[in-house]
Design a protein around this ligand. Structure first.
Ligand SMILES: Cc1ncc(COP(=O)(O)O)c(C=O)c1O
Length: 401
């Protein structure tokens, strides 16, 4: 039986694939260090845990309103006011099953087959696949040497077919934070050209060195083309709740996204919505704690990576990833990831998945010792100027290649 053309056109997520491989090897008893992941090892905020228990104890675990509960929408209204200085109404908000669904619903609501969707490379692995699923053409925009695209780079790639631009800041996988001037230019340009702009702000509070993310709302005139996506997965370490949201002044667009949702997933989990509302309304010190831990992890990882010969390092200003140039070692990014997993028992994500061949994404959201140990093993496996023996899991291992 033949499957659809779409089934063949859409690949699975390389991050989830690497997770599965690393977990399978771990199960076999191998001392795997997982630096490929996309979720902070951070305990759920107490407020979220209490809310789930309280909700479960009502014994009412039912369908909830398709576009989100009133409580959660009110929490998102507060979050948007506190973090963006922007006042929105419930009809400007859709709560989704993760930011991922918000981006996908926004694409479904804005593009027709054959249109182009632009996004800077390096890009989050799901953008090209989602664009293909929505019947459009993904157009990655190549970055400069610093892994950053400029406003000019983007302008040069815009064509008559460009319907949507997706921007993510700070960027998964490079940790780049786009400058205020860049955000201003893009917001104004998209509004003038009537191009929808999806701002994926899922990491927006996880920034370092005193940097902050510019609010796109600040530069929008009527904002009918602007969709800002956010969620609790990264900033609160609540990946398992599967709660995200999108905000737009364009109520028709939000309503269309709601229709897609009501016809596919019906609604979000009401347990998760209760927990997400509690996290947003509760003590916010957990966010700063997580941000600080990640900044220290970043510093520790970059210090270790700097000792490895030949690596091209761009210091990330946010997220919990760094995208490292391994081209010096002459391997494709898939070969490199396989080599590191098999020889050093370290999982990283091949750069190919982010449009950057020869690179690999290394996460630093694990415990600090784990991150440092991972970098130490990468150095031993690759850099022949390092000692050829290493102790892994209590056993001395010799480099034989
Ligand atoms: C850039 C980016 N956007 C969206 C998401 C999805 O987040 P969620 O877990 O809320 O679906 C991720 C998750 O890795 C991401 O990296």
């Amino acid at each position: 039986m033949k499957l659809s053309k779409l089934s063949a056109a859409v690949g699975d997520s390389p991050t989830l694939r690497i997770n599965a491989q690393a977990n399978a090897l771990k199960k076999q008893g191998l001392p795997i260090i997982h630096l490929g992941g996309g979720e902070p090892e951070y305990p759920a905020p107490q407020s979220a845990v209490d809310a789930i228990i309280a909700k479960a104890n009502t014994h009412k675990i039912k369908y909830s309103p398709s576009t989100g509960t009133t409580d959660l929408k009110n929490a998102v209204i507060k979050y948007t006011k506190d973090n963006y200085g922007k006042t929105v109404a419930p009809s400007n908000i859709i709560i989704t099953s993760g930011a991922k669904q918000a981006v996908y619903n926004a694409l479904l609501a804005t593009i027709n087959p054959g249109k182009e969707v632009l996004f800077p490379a390096p890009y989050w692995v799901s953008y090209p696949e989602m664009v293909i699923m929505a019947g459009a053409i993904p157009v990655p925009v190549k970055p400069g040497k610093d892994l950053k695209v400029s406003f000019k780079h983007i302008q040069n790639q815009v064509s008559r077919r460009t319907k949507v631009i997706i921007l993510n800041s700070p960027v998964n996988p490079s940790g780049t934070v786009f400058e205020e001037e860049f955000i201003k230019n893009i917001v104004e340009f998209c509004e003038k050209k009537e191009i929808f702009l999806i701002m994926d702000d899922i990491y927006h509070k996880l920034t370092f060195d005193g940097k902050t993310c510019a609010s796109p709302f600040k530069y929008a005139k009527d904002g009918q083309n602007l969709i800002v996506v956010n969620g609790v997965s990264k900033v609160y370490g609540l990946t398992g709740l599967r709660i995200g949201w999108a905000i737009s002044e364009n109520r028709d667009l939000i309503a269309a996204m709601g229709r897609f949702q009501s016809q596919t997933t019906s609604c979000n989990s009401d347990l998760s919505e209760a927990a997400a509302a509690a996290a947003l309304m509760g003590d916010q010190s957990c966010v700063e704690d997580l941000r600080k831990q990640l900044e220290e992890n970043r510093n520790a990882l970059i210090n270790e990576l700097k000792q490895i010969k030949g690596l091209g390092i761009t210091v990330p200003s946010g997220t919990f990833y760094t995208l490292v140039d391994f081209n010096y070692y002459g391997l494709s990014s898939m070969e490199l990831a396989k080599f590191l997993l098999e020889k050093a028992y370290v999982a990283v994500v091949p750069g190919e998945a982010f449009g950057m061949e020869g690179y690999a994404r290394i996460s630093y959201c694990a415990a600090r010792d784990t991150v440092i140990e991972g970098a130490r093993r990468i150095r031993w496996a690759l850099d022949k100027s390092s000692p050829d023996e290493i102790v892994i899991d209590g056993k001395t291992v010799k480099r034989t290649w």
